[in-house]
Design a protein around this ligand. Structure first.
Ligand code: NAI
Length: 677
């Protein structure tokens, strides 16, 4: 029997008198718990409360996954604390009613189950997850500057070990189906074909739910809690300051004060309602939309690759090939000899073991990555990625050789970090097919790919390249072929300013502290050492030769004396066991604020110039690129969003002060006036 009065839900009652609640949010690719979806869920609950069913199963009719969470669009209207509280309490009341239904309830989790989705399944008696790689279950609210609010904190810390539950919420990291099983978040993990049957059997046989063991209870004891909370705070402090990211601290406090108490549910609602209106949360929500905006650009073309051919198996080409194979593509990897390909294959084995864990999946990924010293794969590939030495002539030679062998509709990509597209493409019969796919190092960690185009690039090719980037799980950012593209160009003045300061005798520890205090994920001195001072110098030389500017002598000196950073155990810092030795800064006359101004102004000034020159399409894409390419303090919403909080006159004055004191590098770009008028 089917009930057809809903837009987003469908209730089907089967011959065993089990009610199956299918969620399929209307006009949406993914299920989210919008207020409309929740309203209908309330009506469903009324029906479930009025009839006696053998059991209730909640499942998704979307192939994309179960439930992606609450509808983040609605968070933007919740800046009023009382309004937010009212809505959160309403949602809590629905999940409480779900929990109190007299019959057993089961959630069938396919694909992603996030945030509000996880909070909903926590209110069910049983959770069954599909045994697939794409299954991901989590409470990632912390990434939006909030914490779970629909009872997720109460229920997860009650059901699981509080350490596991808090870790899941504090990191925001989603779990695989098997990891969720291990910590007791789901009861069963079964293949897709057994899901429905598993739900039915669970309802008919009602296995006894596992009760919290002694240790779990002990960890939540009011005497132990403050000790654990203190440890949690210490760990959080290493990653995020309370001033910039209040949510993890609020979450720890909530658990520490109220775990096990009848007030906890209401306090959870109160705490999230306070957080959601903060600048941090609203900016992080903005960043979430920026990220979605980048993903959307990948949907402008239906292009899908099956086979990728990578030429150059060095640091970048090798890792790009591994990544594409990890993402399910067939990859042929070419270099000058098998010996040059071997290290990449070794790295791939390590990556696949880490990410895929199960042996047959690792073997399948290894099978997809094919060493191809003779370049046989070239002619069949849908995407060809050149990642050989950064040398114009060598790259041009290669392009001349391979153009006619490639399929006419294959994407022709270069990973160059500095050579203009028109110079590379000048040797091609058809330069309009050449596009830059600028990956960042390390490929495994960096989400962004700059999609580099120029006036000759066919627009469809740019769209196809963006689609390919999203296919392999990365974020595409369209940038104009110009020196340094966006990310390196904006980052370099910031790194060079840090080097100038070291040259002036300012302690690297203090410079890095100032950047961390501002909200950067890593200080610029440590970052330069990590990237390699030789690479920094080479990029700086390319950029200054084309755009002007100076390079501090200290950078030349360090490189010529072989102190290249972490890779040589000495750069600006000395390294012991891979960690920088940070000497306490003493007797420094410069203030933290001045260090921050010098670093951040140079970065923002370059960003404003890039915007004015049209390197990227608009302010939002620029902010997105800089956050995802450099890690620029996400709680600010990006450099331009931050810039809009400043006053033009005081900034002008500050630029002039810095310029007269530190020698000509602080000339305000004319774009500021337009942005701050
Ligand atoms: P690499 O020096 O580690 O590797 C280059 C590889 O290309 C070597 O294995 C070499 O044998 C191979 N090669 C050279 N000529 C070849 C040819 N004709 N046919 C086949 N293979 C050939 O270089 P890396 O660092 O991987 O850089 C590659 C490209 O990626 C460069 O264009 C670089 O600018 C760019 N890039 C580098 C980044 C980095 O952090 N290293 C970041 C982003 C882009």
């Amino acid at each position: 029997m089917t009930n057809k009065t809903f837009h987003h839900w469908k209730k089907v009652v089967d011959e065993d008198n089990i009610a199956w609640l299918h969620l399929d949010r209307e006009n949406a690719n993914a299920n989210t718990l919008s207020s409309e979806v929740m309203k209908e869920f309330e009506q469903l609950l009324e029906q479930l409360e009025q009839h006696v069913y053998k059991g209730v199963v909640i499942l998704s009719d979307k192939k994309s996954g179960f439930i992606a969470g609450a509808d983040v669009n609605e968070f933007l209207d919740m800046t009023d604390e009382d309004k937010a509280f009212e809505y959160v309490e309403y949602c809590q009341s629905l999940f409480n009613r779900l929990e109190q239904l007299p019959c057993p309830t089961v959630a069938l989790i396919n694909g992603f189950c996030m945030g509000g989705g996880t909070e909903m399944v926590l209110a069910c008696n049983y959770r069954i997850a599909e045994d697939e790689l794409k299954t991901r279950i989590g409470l990632p609210e912390i990434n939006l500057g909030i914490h779970p609010g629909f009872g997720g904190v109460v229920r997860s810390t009650r059901l699981l070990s509080p350490l596991a539950a808090m870790d899941m919420m504090l990191t925001g990291r989603p779990l695989s189906a098997r990891a969720a099983l291990r910590i007791g978040l789901v009861n069963y993990v079964v293949p897709d074909r057994h899901m429905v049957n598993a739900a039915r059997k669970t309802i008919l046989h009602r296995p006894r739910p596992v009760k919290a063991g002694m240790i779990k209870k002990l960890l939540s004891h009011r005497i132990i809690r403050p000790l654990i909370a203190q440890q949690m705070r210490k760990r959080v402090m290493k990653r995020a300051s309370k001033a910039h990211y209040p949510a993890p601290y609020a979450l720890i406090e909530l658990w520490e004060k109220y775990a096990g108490s009848s007030q906890m549910m209401q306090q959870e609602a109160r705490s999230i309602s306070k957080l959601i209106g903060t600048d941090t949360a609203q900016n992080l929500i903005h960043v979430f939309f920026l990220q979605n905006g980048m993903k959307e650009t990948g949907k402008e073309s239906p292009f899908k690759a099956r086979h990728v051919h990578v030429i150059g198996a060095g640091i970048m080409g090798g890792d790009i090939a591994c990544w594409c194979a990890l993402k399910g593509l067939t990859v042929t990897l070419q270099d000058q000899s098998p010996e040059r390909i071997a290290p990449a294959i070794k790295r791939a084995a390590r990556l696949f073991r880490k990410k895929l864990k199960i042996r047959h999946r690792v073997t399948a990924a290894m099978d997809r990555l094919i060493p191809d010293p003779d370049g046989y794969g070239l002619k069949n590939a849908d995407v060809i990625i050149e990642a050989i030495f950064e040398d114009l002539k060598t790259k041009q030679e290669l392009f001349k050789k391979i153009e006619s062998a490639a399929k006419p509709d294959a994407l022709f990509c270069t990973n160059t970090s500095s050579i203009p597209l028109n110079e590379l493409g000048s040797v091609l019969e058809n330069p309009s097919r050449l596009v830059g796919l600028h990956f960042f190092n390390p490929v495994e960690k960096m989400q962004l790919i700059e999609i580099v185009h120029d006036k000759d690039t066919n627009e469809q090719v740019t769209r196809d390249a963006s689609s390919f980037a999203t296919q392999i799980g990365k974020l595409p950012l369209k940038v104009k072929s110009s020196p340094g593209f966006l990310v390196n160009r904006v980052l370099m003045p910031y790194l060079l300013e840090a080097a100038f300061m070291v040259q002036e005798g300012i302690s690297p520890t203090l410079i890095d502290k100032a950047a961390l205090d501002f909200g950067m994920p890593m200080g610029p001195v440590e970052l330069a050492d990590k990237v390699g001072l030789d690479i920094c110098l080479s990029v700086a030389e390319i950029l200054t030769s084309r755009l002007g500017g100076e390079i501090p002598d200290i950078l030349h000196d360090r490189v010529s004396s072989g102190n290249l950073g972490i890779k040589t155990d000495r750069g600006f810092y000395e390294y012991r066991k891979g960690k920088p030795v940070k000497v306490k800064a003493e007797g420094q006359s410069i203030t933290i604020i001045t260090i921050q101004d010098r670093l951040v102004f140079r970065l923002m000034n370059e960003a404003v110039t890039c915007l004015r020159e049209g390197v990227v399409d608009g302010e939002e894409m620029l902010d997105a690129g800089i956050i995802f390419g450099t890690g620029f303090a996400p709680f600010t919403g990006g450099p331009l969003k931050y810039l809009h909080t400043l006053k033009l006159e005081s900034q002008k004055k500050r630029f002039e002060e810095l310029n007269s004191k530190y020698g000509g590098r602080f000339v305000m770009d004319k774009g500021w006036e337009k942005l701050l008028c």
